[in-house]
Structures are given as structure tokens and as C-alpha cells.
Design a binder for this molecule. Structure first.
Ligand code: CLF
Ligand code: SF4
Length: 500
């Protein structure tokens, strides 16, 4: 296979020769041509996702398959989650929206088409959108996400429009398992069901993946982890996609509740717990880059991955907006972002050096309230999610995030929400925040989670390493006892407002 398939990537983490510093890989870890493609793509680089934003335009309503975790009232659950639906746009409206967002959010660097159905089941609309945007906003990277059924038919067009990043959702390579996930596909003008449908789908997905990587297009694989159905099998999927040159594997939790009206939701099929998800991601990390910062965003998402600014850019609002696309000011803003990014990396490196030689086999998780830039800069009560880092003598590693209900409800604390926050970060030893009130502080301590506000507005990883150093020195001195934490739950509902 060509370049990216051969790329064993990064010199940093060593080990198995995998292309694998996780998506946290930096400039020195990747071949220059790969770094150019991922450095400001918030999904392909964990590090970039603290600084750069993406947007989706919902131009693709139709779908050519049925997934048991999907309800067509909502967006494609392969790049989304049940519970929210998008305003559908024409390619012309989408192009205007991209310019409006790009001039308002200068760190928006990627446009993705991810639904609400399958982009390649709507090829005219999808490619017309790319064509319009590549003319008016040439600095924006183009990205698409597909179930893969129609992919082999469109690879040349994808390459022609310079779409450099393609996601394929691959939940199985064994049609027996596939038949439990996909009741039917629409293929050659007719509906095909069961084993036969899953067999066609997996063959088309693998063929499409090979064709893309042969052309040097970076491929990400999304897989939905469905306990008891494909959870163990995803290790095989991981190997199959790695051998075909995929750059990144994103294993996402099934989100399913009866109110979503999906087959799995109505059957009571559960999603994984936080520990189950992390264990699977960890076991696949020996094979290739794993994405752990996916937010399962909606088909009209706008902003940093952890935020949702789509309500600022409804069709009514963008049609009234004066749009001034100023490439120079976007570049100037992004060079400031790069300065901050370099400072963050340097601070982490310096702190890591002070950890050299520390002896401990303690691994622990911490939760962090942040609104971006890699800093501890969010109040506990305002956090809609917490980022989770694993601390060890190797440093601080991003391993996931947890969506929560807002604790602060306009001036008072919501006790029910506090309970859900604790359940969501129950596997963490500490929670880093910019600020926290006395009441939640006490409840967190009772639950065994240390509320830490001493690193307010500091860089996350640098602060986390300093905290870990202090923690293990206290354990080693016998001042505190290290106790393993329990499991945590992954929130099932949607947290974004419905817009249409
Ligand atoms: Fe969108 Fe997907 Fe491109 Fe990103 S999202 S089309 S690769 S620009 Fe990203 Fe959102 Fe996860 Fe997708 S966080 S759901 S992985
Ligand atoms: Fe739904 Fe997406 Fe599956 Fe189509 S590919 S059925 S839109 S989840």
C-alpha cells in the first residue's frame, strides 16, 4: 500500500511499530505530508481538537441502508446520535453557511458532510456543496462520512474534489454479525436483507477503503460498540482496517434509549459502560491510532468538538448575515492559535521532564472542565462535558470525555444534575475546574473525587502531571492511600437543543 498505509508513523511511542501515538501525535511524530493533513483537523488530531473547530452542513437527507441504531427522524447515527435533527440545506445555502461560520469562527478549519442520511446516497448535493466551497473558501479542508455502500463508485470524484479525509462506518467484517446490525440495504435498485445484505456492505466498505488509501486519502473508521453483538468482534475489524491502510479508528459507544425509537432502543440493547469502552479502545491501541475524542456530533454541528454553536447559524440567521470572508484575518488568528499551541506543548514537555525517574505503577483518571485551548478554564457548574485524562509515570494522556447535565441552573445548583455528574466521572480520582462552589465540592469529596481548583486557567496536561507527581509522592510517603475507583456511566440522552 502507498504512503499512509506504510507509514508506521511516529517515533515516539515505540512498542509494536504501530502508527500510534494515538491521535495526540504531534509535528515530530508524523511524516510531514500527514502532519499537514491532520494538524488543524479537530477529528484526526486529538491535540488539534482543543484549538480548531469543524462544521457540518446537512445537505444529504437520503440513506441507502438501515442500521438498527438509527431512527430516520434523526441524523445519521454513524456521525451523530439519536435525539437531534438538523435543518436540511441546499448546496447553495450550505455554501453561504460555511462562509458565514468561517468569518465568525476563524478557527473553523474543516467542513464535513455527515448526513442527516448518507452523503454518498446523495452524491449530487454532496459534491455540489464541495465544489461551491472549494471555490469560495479554498483554505477549508473537506471531509465526508459514509456508511461505505456507495463508496467505490465515488472514490475518483472524492479525489477530484480534494476531499482529503473520509470516514467509513465499519461495525463488522463478518456478515453473521452484520445481519444483527443491518436489517436491509438498498442495492442495485432493490432491497436486500439479512446475511446477503451485510456481505455486500462489508465487501463494498473494504473495497472503498482500499481504493481511498491507494489514492493517499486519509481514512478514519468509525465503529459503534454494541455490547453482546460486535464488541469482541471489533478487535478483528480493527485489524482488517489497519491492514488496508486506515489512519485512525474511532470506536464509539452505542447510544440507545427507548425514546429514540430505534430497533436497539426498543429492544433494550444497552450501550457500553465507560470502562468497557476504554478497555476495548486500549486493546485496539496496540494495533493503530485510536480516536477517543469523538463527540458523536450532529449533521449540522458547528464549533469546537465539545461545544455546539449551531443555533447561531440557522438558515434564517445566515440569510440575513453580511458575510465577509477574509482569508488574511483568518490566517492571522490561526497563527495566534499556533503560538498558544506551541506554548502548551512546551509546558507539557518541561513538566514531563520533572517526572523522569519517578517510580510508581499507579494509573489514575482525572476529569477536567475546559472550554478549549487545552486549559482548565471552565467552572464546574457550567461544564456540559468533562475531558478525561489518564495519569501515569508516562505523563497525562487524553482518554475520553463525558457528557453531563449542567449543574448550575441560573444561579442555583441542581442536585439531580450533580448526581449524574458524579456517575459520569465516577472512575476519576479528581476533577480539575476553574472554579467550584462549596456545596458541590463537599458532595464530590464524599464521593471520593477530589475537586481541584488550584490550576485554574493553567494548561491541562502540565497541571495534571504536577498533580500526579504530588499524588504519588504522598502515596509513597504513606500520607494517603491509593484506592481504585469504580466504573462510570456514559450519558444516553442528547444535550443539544433540537433545531428543526
Ligand atoms: Fe465531521 Fe466526521 Fe469529518 Fe469530523 S465529525 S465528517 S471527521 S469533520 Fe469528528 Fe464529530 Fe466524531 Fe465525526 S467528532 S462525529 S469523528
Ligand atoms: Fe441511519 Fe446513517 Fe445507518 Fe443510514 S447509515 S441508517 S442514516 S445511521
Amino acid at each position: 500500500m502507498q504512503k499512509i498505509a506504510e507509514h508506521k508513523g511516529c517515533g515516539t511511542s515505540g512498542g509494536s511499530g504501530k502508527a500510534s501515538c494515538g491521535t495526540g501525535a504531534g509535528e515530530n511524530d508524523l511524516a510531514p505530508e500527514i502532519w499537514e493533513k491532520v494538524k488543524n483537523h479537530p477529528c484526526y488530531s486529538e491535540e488539534a481538537h482543543h484549538h480548531y473547530a469543524r462544521m457540518h452542513v446537512a445537505v444529504a437527507p437520503a440513506c441507502n441502508i438501515q442500521c438498527n441504531y438509527c431512527n430516520r427522524k434523526y441524523d445519521c447515527a454513524n456521525e451523530s446520535r439519536p435525539g437531534v435533527v438538523s435543518e436540511k440545506l441546499t448546496p447553495e445555502q450550505a455554501a453561504k453557511k460555511v462562509l458565514a461560520v468561517a468569518s465568525t469562527i476563524p478557527q473553523m478549519t474543516v467542513l464535513g458532510v455527515a448526513g442527516p442520511g448518507d452523503p454518498l446516497a446523495n452524491p449530487e448535493k454532496t459534491f455540489k456543496t464541495f465544489e461551491l466551497i472549494s471555490k469560495t473558501a479554498p483554505d477549508i479542508k473537506l471531509c465526508l462520512s459514509t456508511n461505505g455502500l456507495a463508496l467505490p463508485d465515488h472514490v475518483d470524484t472524492i479525489a477530484r474534489y480534494n476531499v482529503d479525509h473520509v470516514t467509513i462506518t465499519v461495525n463488522m467484517i463478518d456478515p453473521e454479525i452484520g445481519a444483527q446490525i443491518y436489517p436491509w440495504i438498498f442495492w442495485n435498485h432493490k432491497r436486500v436483507t439479512g446475511y446477503e445484505a451485510a456481505k455486500i456492505l462489508t465487501e463494498r466498505q473494504m473495497q472503498g477503503l482500499e481504493m481511498l488509501t491507494e489514492r493517499g486519502i486519509l481514512c478514519k473508521i468509525n465503529s459503534v460498540m454494541i455490547p453482546g453483538v460486535n464488541d469482541k468482534h471489533l478487535v478483528e475489524v480493527n485489524k482488517a482496517v489497519k491492514s488496508r491502510g486506515a489512519f485512525l479508528h474511532n470506536i464509539m459507544p452505542l447510544i440507545s434509549a427507548p425514546e429514540h425509537g430505534t430497533v436497539f432502543g426498543l429492544n433494550g440493547q444497552r450501550g457500553p459502560t465507560a470502562q468497557e469502552l476504554k478497555a476495548l479502545q486500549d486493546s485496539c491501541e496496540g494495533e493503530m491510532n485510536m480516536m477517543r475524542h469523538c463527540r458523536q456530533c450532529r449533521a449540522d454541528a458547528v464549533g469546537l468538538l465539545g461545544e455546539d454553536r449551531s443555533a447561531e447559524f440557522t438558515t434564517d440567521k445566515i440569510m440575513e448575515m453580511e458575510v465577509k470572508y477574509d482569508l488574511e484575518s483568518r490566517r492571522a488568528y490561526q497563527s495566534k492559535v499556533e503560538e498558544e499551541r506551541v506554548a502548551k506543548v512546551e509546558a507539557k514537555k518541561a513538566e514531563l521532564e520533572t517526572l523522569a525517574g519517578a517510580a510508581s505503577d499507579i494509573k489514575m483518571l482525572i476529569a477536567v472542565a475546559t472550554k478549549g485551548s487545552g486549559r482548565v478554564n471552565e467552572h464546574f457548574g457550567h461544564a456540559k462535558e468533562f475531558q478525561v485524562y489518564e495519569l501515569s509515570t508516562s505523563g497525562a494522556k487524553f482518554v475520553g470525555h463525558r457528557r453531563v447535565d449542567l449543574y448550575c441552573q441560573g444561579g442555583y445548583g441542581e442536585e439531580d444534575a450533580l448526581e449524574t455528574v458524579i456517575r459520569a466521572i465516577n472512575d476519576c480520582h479528581a476533577v480539575f475546574v476553574a472554579k467550584i462552589g462549596g456545596c458541590p465540592k463537599g458532595t464530590l469529596k464524599e464521593a471520593g473525587i477530589d475537586p481541584v481548583d488550584q490550576y485554574a486557567y493553567e494548561f491541562i496536561e502540565q497541571s495534571a502531571i504536577a498533580y500526579y507527581k504530588d499524588y504519588i509522592s504522598k502515596v509513597n510517603a504513606g500520607e494517603i492511600e491509593h484506592v481504585e475507583r469504580g466504573d462510570a456511566s456514559i450519558r444516553q440522552g442528547a444535550y443539544a437543543p433540537v433545531t428543526a
